[in-house]
Ligand binder design. Structure first.
Ligand code: AMP
Length: 109
């Protein structure tokens, strides 16, 4: 079982930001910015590349609620999802990184 499935099952502790029947948002253990929250579906999907579009629709609404709860809708934030090895994905359970709470900078090479 992957580490995020263990978090969903309560076998590994997490700092929950928001939860509903299908999704969980929790603080990243190694935050890259002042706010760094991971948002996952409770069901296991290896990455964005295999996620059913129907789940993305519900997840969009959930992410917007997370942003409301964090009070960053005005200041803004960035969503990132890493896919596979070139994408830099380490945990093979689809997740978005939501980062913010400060200017996150530009995507530059
Ligand atoms: P990625 O490289 O996109 O797969 O991102 C995986 C993220 O999971 C990293 O930012 C890690 O810091 C984070 N992470 C790994 N284990 C945990 C954990 N137990 N609780 C919270 N975040 C975690």
């Amino acid at each position: 079982m992957c580490i995020f499935c263990k978090i969903v099952k309560g076998e590994i502790p997490n700092q929950t930001v928001l939860e509903d029947e299908n999704f969980l948002a929790f603080n990243d253990i190694n935050p890259a910015r002042k706010i760094h929250v991971l948002i996952i579906p409770k069901g296991h999907y290896d990455s964005f590349d295999v996620i059913p579009p129907k789940i993305m629709t519900a997840m969009t609404e959930f992410i917007q609620k997370v942003a409301s709860k964090l009070e960053i809708k005005q200041s803004g934030y960035r969503l990132i999802t890493n896919i596979g090895s070139d994408g830099g994905q380490e945990v093979p359970h689809f997740h978005f990184h939501l980062i913010g709470g400060e200017p996150v900078g530009k995507l530059v090479r």
